[in-house]
Design a binder for this molecule. Structure first.
Ligand code: FDA
Length: 302
């Protein structure tokens, strides 16, 4: 089921059908704040009011021409302006294929540089999401090149990839902020651990590499076991709760998000918005059978 959903997430025909269907549009609101920036800002305000930090993501990936990539860049510049105007505790997450990574690496790097420079003007921060493994090396190269000019850019590491431990060690040497997640794409066994137990074990060992580094990293998971392992590790090592943050996705385990804030941790909620919500929505359905059950129940209820 996971493999089928992830394959369908790349289908433009399916995307057209799902994103124009009234019921699926309504259901997408479980994971997506809305199609417009103002809706995402309103969701961010609600989060901030309950002590949750935010990362805003304008949904969209794999653009097919330079004009779309530049338009995405312009949108991100505007998002930083609105975050500052609204005085929100929010940064931005973005995908490099939305800035043309698959069209022209040089252009993509230039566009990312301009977004990061704009964010630096506000003392803010850009997190570059990690996409499928076909883009891992190019994403790393672009982030490193931009980071040589300014430090307010970070990257994401996926514990399902066999290469990630080496990448984490490498990025630690340059003091780069990282978000650790498990990984959301369909990958072959040569590239990614097929067994969930290995992905989880790698997650815990990478977390243990990241947190003593003194760099402010993000531990992104809804998994109570990963969270318990992190809490235990920082307690044992005397690492302050303010030295890192937990991160979760909008609409998922809101109860746990608030509970972790009550326990004194920093928590950041990843808030996606925009019209191109289909691939993101499909990845969320693929992650968890319960999400698929929710989808089917609501769909047939109409
Ligand atoms: P996993 O899916 O392994 O589930 C373990 C347990 O967690 C479940 O048994 C359940 O208890 C709980 N859980 C998980 N999902 C739940 C749900 N929907 N509702 C209730 N409980 C749930 N991926 C990527 O490839 N590149 C990226 O850049 C990012 N960025 C990113 C940012 C942030 C802030 C988060 C939280 C996640 C990502 N991801 C990502 C997605 C990530 O790789 C992964 O697919 C999901 O977070 C699911 O993995 P978990 O660690 O949450 O647990």
């Amino acid at each position: 089921m996971r493999a089928v959903l992830l394959k369908l997430s790349n289908s433009p025909r399916m995307a057209r059908w799902v994103t124009t269907h009234k019921t699926t549009r309504r259901m997408s609101q479980k994971f997506v704040a809305g199609e417009e920036l103002e809706q995402a800002l309103a969701a961010a305000r609600v989060c901030n009011d309950t002590g949750l930090k935010v990362s805003l993501d304008l949904l969209g990936e794999s653009v097919t021409n330079a004009e779309q990539a530049r338009a995405a860049r312009d949108s991100y510049l505007g998002i930083f302006d609105r975050i500052a105007q609204e005085k929100l505790d929010a940064n931005v997450s973005l995908k490099l294929t939305q800035l043309g990574l698959d069209l022209d690496v040089g252009m993509c790097q230039e566009l990312l540089e301009s977004v990061v420079a704009h964010s630096t003007g506000y003392g803010n921060f850009v997190r570059v999401d990690m996409e499928a493994s076909a883009f891992t090396q190019r994403t790393i190269d672009v982030v490193k090149a931009v980071r040589r000019k300014t430090e307010s850019v970070g990257i994401v590491m996926q514990s399902y990839l066999r290469r990630t431990e080496a990448d984490v060690r490498d990025f630690l040497t340059i003091g780069c902020r990282m978000r650790l997640c498990k990984g959301a794409y369909k990958e072959p066994p040569e590239v990614a651990f097929p067994a969930k137990s290995d992905v989880d074990a790698n997650y815990v060992s990478l977390m243990k590499l990241l947190l003593p580094s003194g760099i402010y990293h993000g531990i992104a998971t809804h998994d109570p076991k990963m969270i318990a392992a992190t809490e235990q590790f920082v307690a044992e090592r005397g690492i302050g709760k303010d030295k890192f943050e937990f991160q979760m996705l909008y609409g998922i385990r809101t109860d746990l998000q608030r509970e972790l804030v009550k326990r004194g941790y920093n928590m950041r909620v990843y808030i996606p918005y925009g019209r191109d919500w289909f691939p993101y929505f499909m990845r969320r359905l693929a992650e968890r059978p319960a999400n698929m059950v929710f989808f089917l129940k609501n769909f047939f209820r109409g």
